[in-house]
Write a protein that binds this ligand. Structure first.
Ligand code: ADP
Length: 365
């Protein structure tokens, strides 16, 4: 009999938090079977455990001004890229920023090389890695052995680790202006868990300030994002806005490569011809839609859901490179095609979630 068994439970009770709760042989005929099978059973011990979790999260986030969840309907649309570069950009502007990656994708370690060796646990919790003095980074992948098949971990273990990361990361003295959380894509188990967990904490004044939803322009991605927006609505997570990523490819004509009818590279011939006949073209930007937008696209979708549209971010090789090098894209490449759009997005985010000093400055002016 589990030690968490309610007093009126059958002999052999596996406990209301067991994966077998409501389904085990001993559950047959138990008065709690219905509640246990739907996960809605609340014994005094379970209620106390939940309250403790809430208090832990409250403590952990008490010095974080804004928690921003970055969501996407499906993988590969640039959610981690946006999370990383929004965090980098906020930190460059002088804000104190935390970036928490709970995606279970062994990728961030490439961006924050050496992080695995640096991250450690002390009495005050997990100490994040500092990408710069204003940017603390914590990622589940820092703790995994190289090549760890984390994807095969089962939901409860993942959920437990996510909760642990949320409550036990020590973001340092002075707290954070923004905590950006890169979440698993779609409405997966872990995803629901993190949103619910933060939502529960909201009733005690903490929790997520809002969510940024990242999508690419085509219908396949939009279909998944609609589910995500409905999920936010249902769980009352405020949507700060939709970002349309990989919206067209922009490149300077002089950086393009050209092929002739026989698929042979004729770049140098074309560039020489342009230089001779119309050199001004070499400096122009060539733009093409890689993922053609369906219908009114992400902007129309955002309007339909009544949530802000934060803008388009083009495909920009420098954005990819900045993530790989672990540097701030807007600082490193001030005139790259994606720089102004990303700065605009960050401006809108700060406007939606001002930190106290900003609010005071605004009142003084
Ligand atoms: P997700 O987190 O949604 O799975 P990623 O952020 O890992 O997606 O992006 C997938 C790939 O696309 C990565 O290699 C990333 O560097 C690249 N990428 C994402 N957005 C852009 C962009 N706007 N321009 C260029 N490359 C991008």
């Amino acid at each position: 009999m589990s030690s968490a068994a309610p007093s009126n439970a059958n002999d052999g009770c596996v406990g209301p938090t067991s994966q077998e709760a409501g389904k085990a042989a001993a559950c047959a005929g138990c008065p709690n079977q219905g509640a246990c099978s739907t996960g809605s059973f609340s014994s005094p011990a379970a209620v106390a455990a939940k309250e403790k979790e809430k208090a832990n999260l409250h403590n952990a986030l008490s010095e974080v001004s804004h928690v921003v969840l970055v969501l996407s309907g499906k993988g590969g649309v640039g959610k981690s890229t946006v999370s990383t570069q929004v965090a980098q950009s906020l930190s460059s502007r002088g804000y104190s920023v935390g970036l928490l990656d709970v995606t279970f994708v062994d990728r961030v370690s490439q961006e924050w090389q050496g992080a695995r060796r640096e991250v450690h646990q002390s009495q005050s919790g997990w100490t994040p890695v500092y990408a710069n003095p204003n940017l603390a980074v914590m990622s589940i992948s820092f703790l995994l052995e190289e090549g760890d098949a984390a994807v095969v971990w089962r939901g409860p273990r993942k959920n437990g680790l996510i909760k642990q990361f949320l409550t036990e990361t020590d973001w340092g003295v002075g707290g954070l202006d923004y905590l950006i959380i890169d979440t698993p894509p779609g409405t997966s188990d872990e995803h629901i868990s993190i949103v619910q967990y933060l939502n529960d904490a909201r009733s005690s004044g903490q929790g997520a300030s809002g969510a940024i939803v990242v999508t690419t322009p085509e219908e396949v991605s939009l279909a998944d994002v609609r589910k995500e927006l409905n999920f936010c609505k249902k769980t009352s997570v405020p949507v700060l806005g939709v970002i349309e990523n990989m919206s067209g490819l922009q490149t300077r004509v002089s950086d393009m490569r050209f092929m002739n009818d026989e698929s042979n590279d004729c770049t140098s011939d074309v560039l020489s011809l342009l230089k001779e006949k119309c050199p001004e073209v070499l400096n122009m930007m060539a733009i093409t839609d890689v993922f053609p937008s369906a219908g009114t696209g992400p902007e129309g979708m955002a309007n339909k859901f009544g949530v802000p549209y934060l803008g388009k971010l083009p495909l920009d090789p420098n954005l990819l490179k900045s993530c790989e090098d672990g540097v701030s894209f807007v600082d490193q490449y001030p005139s790259s095609p994606g720089t102004a759009p990303l700065n605009n997005i960050v401006d809108k985010l700060i406007l939606a979630l001002p930190v106290e000093d900003d609010e005071e400055d605004a009142m003084q002016t």
